[in-house]
Design a binder for this molecule. Structure first.
Ligand SMILES: C[S@@+](CC[C@H](N)C(=O)[O-])C[C@H]1O[C@@H](n2cnc3c(N)ncnc32)[C@H](O)[C@@H]1O
Length: 505
């Protein structure tokens, strides 16, 4: 049976297509459609971009109309825009269809740029066309293009040079593309043959050395292997029976089972020191906290792992149902009966299983190189994230590891410096001489704040890289007239946390 995906070009056809597309960059698309239309595209509204691009006759405008906006364009314009491949060649590859002298895109193809240490990578990424372009409901085996979650995962991935990377649930291959910039070997898996065909197309189109693509569910295609980095934007959308089931977002596993299984089992394919980074939803049951659920998943891992989970958002059951029904194009305006039946299915399922809310967040797991895990952090952060967040995570893990490996004596023998983004805030009644609250606040990272007592405030205020922590502690003990040993014992754990969190460097 035909997969209804683009045909795989041979190396010379791929090179010709790349040459034809070479001026069609992210910047070129912006230049064609303008800011207003770019913002509308981010809201999945194509009309402003169609209007703007129809007013231009450049080859970049033609390519934008054809591949990004699903607009019909004269076939002779396609010959001009793709001089090596031509309209017939593009039709032969299944990228467009020709009818009565007109061409129309059959796939979503778009330029995509990524900055990395060596500069900027420029790729073209093909996937199925979205509903905004076709106006039709997505097929159940729709292959997702680059979406918000794809970009979140790509942005949070730690980009140190690595050996083997696994992209689990690769879709159109966007994470594999990123991984190809810093990995020796990329393995990408998916249950969807259509997704794997798009991934292969995108790898060949972009002239990237071979990826090892494997069909199969979850860790089954890679069982017994080890990876230095696993990235996954899994199909985490909780989808009860009666709600829309799309392969790209719903796994078919009830509740949040796909994410729990991944968290509990990914350690089995991590090399020592290997890291898994993924996105996910987690159910929050009755009176328990979101952390309790995650702790149980982590406890079920046969491989003890460092864990850092950042919950970004929490929705109650009704909000969750509305969000994901709207995402599936199921709205009361389009069909009240279908919307209400699916909405009811969500509420019935959540109520029956005691799900009061659903969390969304980022999970970072790491297999220790040796010994036991030292990191267990489950925190909430709803605000904006420092960009690139992956770079922040690299630095934060390095700080954690450094301080975890330090003895108390070594910590006290070090001259720490307060980080340049850290400010001190004090609060209290105007007429009160001493403030009631002293806070340290980070400008970068997760913008954390820490409340301090007088001793800690005095300590941090003296961390200018000249005096060691031990010297400052003793000076403070004398100044505040407290026992030096008690002062040191009280400060050491606080200093450990401040260093691990990036307040002190
Ligand atoms: C949300 S998409 C992510 C695509 C892409 N990695 C990204 O970041 O945009 C999830 C992908 O997981 C795949 N998938 C669904 N069930 C799976 C399973 N049980 N095992 C592996 N992949 C699965 C889907 O076909 C889809 O391509």
């Amino acid at each position: 049976m035909s997969l209804d995906v683009p045909a795989l070009p041979d190396a010379s056809a791929a090179e010709a297509l790349r040459a034809d597309l070479s001026t069609w960059t992210v910047d070129a698309v912006e230049a064609v459609v303008g800011d207003r239309a770019m913002r509308a595209l981010a809201r999945e509204q194509v009309l402003p971009a169609r209007v703007a691009s129809r007013a231009s006759s450049t080859v970049e405008a033609t390519l934008t109309r054809l591949f990004l906006l699903g607009d019909a364009v004269p076939a002779r314009d396609v010959d001009r825009a793709l001089p090596s491949v031509g309209a017939d060649g593009a039709a032969g590859l299944g990228l467009i269809e020709l009818s009565g002298g007109e061409a129309r895109g059959r796939v979503d193809l778009r330029p995509y740029a990524a900055t990395h240490e060596g500069g900027e990578a420029q790729w073209w990424v093909a996937s199925d066309q979205g509903e905004a372009v076709t106006g039709a409901r997505l097929r159940d085996d729709h292959v997702l293009g680059i979406g918000g979650a794809s970009l979140t995962l790509a942005g949070m991935t730690m980009r140190a040079p690595v050996g083997r990377v696994l992209d689990l649930g690769t879709g159109c291959g966007i994470q594999a593309l990123h991984a190809s910039l810093h990995a020796r070997e990329v393995v990408a898996t998916d249950v969807s043959r259509r997704a794997l065909a798009y991934t292969r197309f995108n790898q060949v189109l972009n002239g990237i050395a071979d990826w090892d693509l494997r069909e199969g569910s979850m860790l089954e295609p890679v069982a017994g292997e080890e990876f230095d980095l696993v990235v996954s934007n899994p199909p985490f959308v909780i989808t009860p029976e009666g709600a829309p089931q799309f392969e790209y977002r719903a796994s078919g596993v009830p509740g949040d089972g796909i994410v729990s299984t991944l968290v509990s089992s990914v350690g089995t394919v991590l090399a020592p020191g290997g890291v898994a980074q993924m996105l996910g939803n987690w159910e929050i049951h009755g009176g328990s906290s979101w952390q309790e659920g995650l702790e149980a998943w982590l406890a079920a891992s046969p491989v003890p792992l460092d864990a850092w989970v950042i919950e970004r958002d929490e929705l109650d059951a009704a909000e969750y149902a509305e969000t994901w029904l709207r995402d599936a194009g199921v709205t009361p305006e389009r069909g009240r009966a279908e919307f209400e039946a699916a909405y009811q299915a969500y509420l019935t399922d959540f109520d029956a299983r005691g799900v009061s809310a659903v969390g969304f967040g980022m999970v970072l797991l790491r297999r220790p190189v040796s010994g036991s895990p030292t990191l267990r952090r489950l925190e909430q952060h709803e605000g904006p994230l420092q960009e690139p967040f992956g770079g922040y995570l690299v630095a934060a893990l390095a700080a954690h590891d450094r301080v975890a490996a330090m003895t108390d004596d070594a910590l006290l023998a070090t001259a720490w410096t307060a980080a340049s983004d850290v400010t001190r805030e004090s609060y209290g009644p105007v007429l009160q001489a001493d403030p009631s609250y002293l806070l340290l606040r980070q400008g970068a990272g997760l913008g954390r704040s820490v409340s301090m007592d007088t001793a800690l405030a005095g300590f941090v205020g003296a961390c200018d890289g000249e005096l060691t922590a031990g010297q400052i502690a003793h000076a403070l003990a004398a100044l505040l007239d407290v026992d030096a040993a008690r002062m040191v014992a009280g400060l050491v754990p606080a200093v450990r946390e401040l260093v691990a969190d990036g307040f002190l460097e």
